[in-house]
Design a protein around this ligand. Sequence first.
Ligand SMILES: *Cc1c(COP(=O)(O)O)cnc(C)c1O
Length: 401
Amino acid sequence: MIDSTELSDFGISTQLSVIGRNPDEQCGFVNPALYKGSTIIHKTLEDLEQRKGRFFYGTAGSPTIANLEDAWTHLTGSAGTVLSPSGLGSISLALLTLSKAGDHILITDSVYFPTRMLCDGLLAKFGIETEYYDPSIGEDIEKLVKPNTTVIFLESPGSGTMEIQNIPALVSVAKKHGIKTILDNTWATPLFFDAHGHGIDISLEAGTKYLGGHSDLLLGLVSANEECWPLLRSTYDAMAMLPGADDCLLALRGMRTLHLRLKEAERKALDLAAWFKKRDEVEKVLHPAFEDCPGHEYWVRDYKGSSGLFSIVLKDGFTRSGLENMVDNMKVFELGYSWGGYDSLITPVNPPTQRKAAPWSHNGFALRIQVGLEELEDLKRDLELGFERLTEEISMTPLQI
Ligand SMILES: *Cc1c(COP(=O)(O)O)cnc(C)c1O
C-alpha cells in the first residue's frame, strides 16, 4: 500500500485514487464509511474534558469530513482545508477570515456575481470597504493599496468574461505590503493551477462544479498556507457551517475520476472553441487557451490545462428574439446555471451592468458554454441549428433604408 509520506512520488491519477481513504480503518472496504452524527462518546471524564479523542463533537469534525479535508490538503499542497456547504459559503469563510471592520479590500471586477453581492451587502454592513479593480491590472494594483488594505481577492479566469489574471504580479505586490491573497480557483482546480505554489494565501474551490461533477451536490473547499491556516480553522470553528456527510462522500467519489472528466472537458472545449472561432456569427472566443482571451499569455505561463467552461461574444446586431429562438430550442444544450457536470449548458453573460473598474467593451450578446460529456458532433449540430434560428430572425426582417 502507498504510504502518505511517499504519495507525491506517484502520478496524479494514482494520488487521486489513494487520498482520503484508508482501507485499514474501513474493515478493508475500498471506500470510506459514511459517518453522520452529533454526539461522540468519550470513555472518561478526562478524555471528555481534555478533548483527548480523535473526534470531539459533530460540528468539529468526523471521519467522513476529515477524509475529504485531508485529501484536499494533499491535492492543494496546503497546510489545511475546511469545507463549506457551498462554494459561496467558502468565499464568505475566506473573506471573514482575513478582514475586519475598518478594512479596505480589493476585489477583481470579473468576480463571480454573488461574491460581489456578499461584499457590497453583508461585508459593507460590517464596515468592510470593497474596491473593485480591473482584472488585467497586474502590478499596477499597488496604486490602489491603502494603509488599511488587508485582502486582494482574485478569480482567474473571471466569471463569464474569462480574463486570466497575472497572479504572480498581484501576489508580489500583496507580499510587499503585508496584504493577504484569496483566489477563487474553481475553474482550474488544483490539477490545472497550483495556487499555493504561486504564493496564494487562501485558495477556494466550488466543489459543486468539477469535484462533484454530476450537478447533484453543493460544496465548498477552502485551503490555506501555514500562516493563514490557524485563522481559517478558527473562523470555521466559530461558525460551524459544515456540509452534510453524504455530500462529502459524493465529493470523495468524484475525486477518483476528476482528472478523467477534466481532461475530457478540456479536449471537447478546445475542439468546440476552435469550431466557434470559424463561425461568422462569432466575434470573439473567450477561452484562456486562445489568443482572443485577455490574459492568454498568463494562462500559457502559469496553467497546466484548461477546463470545459468558456464564453463567446456574438457579433453585434442580432436580435433578442433571435437569441431566444436560438437558446430556447436547443436539444442537447440546456439553459441553467452552475457547471462542471456531465451535461452541456448555455447561459447568457451579462457583465455591462455589474462592472465598475473595467467596463465591458462588447456590444454583441455573450454566451457562456459549459461543455459536458455528450458527443462533440451532437453539440456542434445543436449549435449549428441554433445559429440558423439566430440569423433567421434577421433575414426575415425587411431592410430599413
Ligand atoms: C459556482 C461558483 C461559485 C459558487 O459555488 P456554489 O456552490 O454554487 O455556491 C463560486 N465561484 C465560482 C467561480 C463559481 O463558478
